[in-house]
Design a protein around this ligand. Structure first.
Ligand code: LLP
Length: 463
């Protein structure tokens, strides 16, 4: 799913088994800043540090596996998105990528809004002080309880995902004596270039109301008639881990087309459009993501151009980046356990976590990088597959990568770019204990989500 699918370099072509791997880096000790968080660096002693703290010290204090998030980098990326979009636009961080109360506070302090998609995310956001009017509530099957809570606390917008929900939210809001600000999520019929499980703008899937066949226009008609709703805009999210801006361009074109039809039919110019999230990040050195200012410029230009052509006032734009903010800011630290060379194939390196802390490789064929971080090595590159300790052969963390041939049990290795959709999709498979998330900044490390314990597991098991 990332674009890193290159044959091995000629030096290894005759000895390597089939697979998708990049040629081994000339220097396996080098850390490509594209995939590593901002303050990650190799120290004079050879080990790697983040936020000024050595990984060995971190492993000693917090154990492994563990996620370490570079708070400086997170704040810088959040700020870069905020600054790039300026005062005429809103940035809603997509909490599904990774949410904790510390993260909510960072976002609040950096001036971002928040997109939540469940009662649990809403509760987390409110409990950490995010003002309700800066929260957008999403989901294709929100429960009556979730909608009621969202309306009661006064979320800034609910994104309506079906005809049933239009009526349901209107009814609940009216019952509470409120008029809820809403957007309607439409599917614009774009095939985003990404893994099929995370593409969301083609029509044959569960999200949104199709533009095709006049369905979105009908949804707008109904929403405008209901007293409990204040329709403020149209929403489109085309998918995730996307590098090609052309999908956004088509989406913006079609969303603005709908705004024009609404103006022509109802005499109403809706004031907002939301173009969703989905911007890709670098998981390996072969990925080249755009910068927030490039994305803001491109989206702003597309919308302005389309609105001028349609003689519409340019609406306020919002976006919902999740992965692009948190993804690159964290890495997962593992301790190497069993090292098993398979003659003529590759060496299997087992770590103390696996698909319970990173399901993305198994689920989407995602590609990751990996590095030895507790020391440097001058040994030759060895083709490895980094696997977890779970009871299935699909338990792969990094499918094909190179690590030094002297890798040994007890070494620390780290997988970068695991800030998004790793802890948030972690599981207790095989009764694994979900790892902690530790924030590191300016020489200080603190746990923001603690490690699960066996007592936590037993507490839920009430039989
Ligand atoms: N807005 C909406 C309505 C979304 O559904 C999503 C992601 C986002 C924003 C944020 O997208 P991002 O900027 O993070 O790409 N688990 C998958 C990704 C699923 C994305 C779901 N929706 C993965 O690990 O790749």
């Amino acid at each position: 799913m990332s674009r890193s699918a290159h044959p091995a370099g000629p030096r290894h072509a005759d000895v390597l088994p089939e697979g998708h791997y990049t040629a081994p880096a000339a220097d396996l000790n080098a850390l490509d800043p594209k995939v590593w968080a901002q303050t990650v660096t190799r120290t004079d002693s050879g080990s790697v540090s983040v936020g000024g703290i050595d990984v060995a010290t971190l492993a000693e204090e917090f154990g492994t596996p563990a996620y370490f998030v570079d708070e400086t980098d997170f704040r810088a990326r959040a700020r870069a998105w905020r600054t790039a979009f300026g005062h005429d636009a809103d940035v809603f961080y997509a909490g599904k990528a990774f949410l904790s109360r510390a993260v909510v506070r960072w976002l609040h302090e950096e001036g971002l809004n928040l997109d939540v998609c469940s009662g649990g995310e809403l509760t987390t956001a409110l409990s950490a002080g995010m003002p309700a009017d800066r929260i957008a509530f999403h989901g294709n099957n929100k429960s009556v309880e979730e909608i009621t809570k969202a309306v009661e606390v006064g979320v800034g917008r609910i994104v309506l995902d079906s005809f049933q929900e239009i009526v349901r939210v209107a009814h609940i809001a009216q019952g509470l004596g409120k008029r809820q600000r809403v957007q309607i999520r439409i599917t614009v019929g774009v095939e985003a270039h990404t893994h099929e499980f995370i593409a969301t703008a083609h029509e044959d899937q569960k999200f949104g109301i199709p533009l095709a066949g006049g369905q979105a226009a009908e949804a707008v008609r109904r929403a405008l008639q209901l007293d409990g709703l204040e329709l403020i805009g149209i929403h489109s999210h085309i998918g995730s881990q996307i590098f090609d801006m052309s999908g956004f361009e088509v989406a913006a074109h079609r969303v603005v087309g709908l705004l024009k039809d609404i103006r022509d039919e109802h005499g109403v110019e809706l004031p907002e459009i939301d173009l969703g999230g989905g911007l890709g990040i670098a998981y390996t050195s072969d990925d080249d993501p755009s910068e927030p200012h490039e994305i803001a410029k491109a989206l702003g230009e597309i919308v302005t151009r389309e609105c001028e052509a349609a003689k519409l006032r340019t609406p306020r734009i919002s976006v919902e980046p999740g992965r692009a903010i948190v993804g690159p800011t964290a890495f997962t630290l593992y301790e190497v356990g069993t090292v098993k060379p398979l003659e003529g194939l590759r060496t299997y390196v087992s770590v103390d976590g696996g698909m319970s802390d990173n399901i993305r490789t198994a689920l989407y064929d995602a590609e990751y990088s990996v590095a030895l971080v507790s020391r440097t090595s001058d040994a030759a590159p060895m083709l490895v597959r980094v696997v977890g300790k779970h009871c299935e052969s699909g338990d792969i963390v990094v499918k094909d990568a190179f690590l030094p041939a002297d890798l040994a049990t007890g070494d620390l290795i780290a997988v970068p770019a695991t800030g998004a959709y790793c802890r948030s999709m972690a599981s207790n498979y095989n009764h694994a204990l979900r790892p902690p998330v530790v924030a590191v900044r300016d020489g200080e490390a603190r746990v923001i989500v603690r490690r699960e314990t066996e007592e936590d597991l037993l507490r839920l098991d009430v039989g």
